[in-house]
Design a protein around this ligand. Structure first.
Ligand SMILES: [Fe+2]
Length: 476
């Protein structure tokens, strides 16, 4: 069956409704607020996501949209909103008509570099060294942006020392200011790990041996270690032969977590093997004596029919329907013994924590609650207590869906969850967006304040929170 371009776009649910891109970059101050913005917190919530700058001319995957950041800044009880395209080098080349890279649906012949797709930097965003860094799930050059204006500053290579690329979900340790990153690709070396210090100097880099190229999506850190993933998503034989990105799940392979001293050589990695599973997102990890404790959202059987009403997009829609449960892995560094334990059977994903405690013991995490819809969206926020797997739920209003939330600490916070959970939400029918500010210690209650936004924030991927003191300058 063939489809005209117009039909193709109409069949793609990730170009419609709350996913439809916006075509304006705006800045707005003194926004209308329902309730009152608390004055005992300050900083900004940033969210990355795909936003095709041009009408797609062929099959379009949600993951291929140009990166756009949306930001809401809170200070002294006032809120400001901005959104900007992430101007990666590939974005600029595409705009000037010189880009020769394909998207997921166009078989991409590798040309000797590890990125054969357009680097949109659309996946993740972190705050490091006073600037934002937009990161991409396929591994690309990180894109630095001004945290106040969202202007693109440069593609970063850490003073020319970055050997190759950086993947989304690399981690910032707020207690040391370091950025700990991983890189993966189709070509040997298939996996690398590095550390960048708080002043943006590459201080450590090592290669990790794997049985073959893999497709990891996340990593974890603890106070002294990095935890790297070897998951059973591998490249097909045909893909490897023709140097084409073609992947599949291999049910014969295990899931392995590699525990590596932060400044260790790749040869020092200690692998722990578990039954095969796929993991998109880490919740957090830490050390308890000789044990490494790792919490993730573990993917479970989808169990869904192929939604054929989406035509050629049916497989994409099926894969994007996230089905994951909170799971704990414990790995003893002395005995080499590992243990896997499912903590709860509720479906949730896009977990976030109090970022100041990344790599340190945490009790609480905040997840997108996933309704039984065909496409990926959240109808609320689950606040988990990881000690017993229980949760409390914040339910969004009817027809409202949200993005990955962020935890914003109160000034002089007294405990881990002393602060607010913030999230962009969008009404599916009207495309009107708001930012919810929810008391984290009363997650089930109505939001403390709702900030009305002047345009739609389409559903997207990952976000972050940055406190006021993380900005290079105090003026916004
Ligand atoms: Fe992700």
């Amino acid at each position: 069956m063939s489809y005209e371009n117009e039909n193709l776009n109409n069949l793609n649910p990730y170009l419609q409704g709350p996913y439809a891109p916006v075509d304006t970059e705006i800045e707005a101050h003194q926004l209308e607020v329902v309730g009152e913005i608390p004055t005992d917190f300050g900083g900004a919530y940033f969210r990355n996501g795909p936003n095709p700058a041009k009408q797609p001319s062929g099959l379009h995957h949600w993951f291929d949209g140009d990166g756009m950041l949306h930001a809401i800044h809170f200070e002294d009880g006032q809120a400001s909103y901005r959104n900007r395209f992430i101007q990666s080098n590939d974005y600029l080349a595409d705009n000037s008509g010189t880009l020769q890279k394909a998207g997921i649906f166009s078989p991409a012949q590798a040309d000797g570099s590890s990125t054969v797709y357009k680097n949109t930097a659309n996946t993740d965003v972190v705050m490091h060294n006073g600037e934002l860094m937009a990161l991409w799930y396929i591994s690309g050059k990180p894109v630095r942006l001004d945290a106040k204006t969202l202007s693109t500053l440069r593609e970063d290579d850490f003073g020319g020392k970055l050997p190759n690329n950086v993947s989304a979900h690399s981690k910032v340790d707020m207690q040391t200011g370091e950025f700990l990153f991983f890189d993966y690709g189709l070509y040997d070396p298939w996996y690398s790990f590095g550390v960048v210090d708080r002043k943006n100097n590459l201080t450590h880099f090592t290669q990790i041996e794997l049985p073959g190229p893999r497709l990891p999506h996340d990593m974890a850190i603890t106070e002294n270690y990095a935890i790297l993933m070897d998951l059973p998503i591998v490249f097909t034989e045909q893909g490897l032969r023709h140097k084409v990105w073609s992947i599949h799940a291999d049910p014969a392979l295990p899931t392995r977590f590699g525990v590596l001293p932060r400044k260790g050589d790749g040869g020092q990695i200690k692998w722990f093997e578990f039954p095969g599973c796929y993991i998109y997102h880490v919740i957090n990890a830490w050390e308890e004596g000789d044990n490494i404790v790792l919490y993730c959202c573990k993917m479970v059987e989808n169990g869904r029919r192929l939604p054929i009403e989406y035509g050629p997009y049916a497989p994409m829609v099926n894969v994007l329907a996230l089905r994951a449960v909170v799971t704990k892995w414990t790995m003893n560094l002395k005995t080499g013994v590992g243990r896997e334990q499912q903590i709860d059977d509720t479906i949730s994903e896009f977990p976030v924590i109090n970022l100041g405690l990344t790599g340190r013991q945490t009790r609480h995490s905040y997840h997108g609650a996933i309704p039984d819809t065909e496409t990926q969206m959240f109808d609320g926020i689950l606040k988990y207590d990881l000690t017993d797997g229980s949760y409390k739920r914040h339910i969004f209003d009817k027809n409202v869906c949200g993005s990955e939330p962020a935890f914003a600490p109160r000034f002089n916070a007294k405990s881990e969850d002393d602060g607010y959970v913030v999230s962009f939400v969008t009404d599916i029918s009207t495309r009107q967006s708001r930012v919810l500010i929810i008391d984290a210690q009363n997650i089930e209650g109505r939001p403390v304040a709702e900030v009305c936004l002047p345009q739609c924030v389409p559903l997207g991927f990952h976000g972050t929170w940055a406190n006021l003191d993380e900005f290079q300058s105090s003026a916004y």
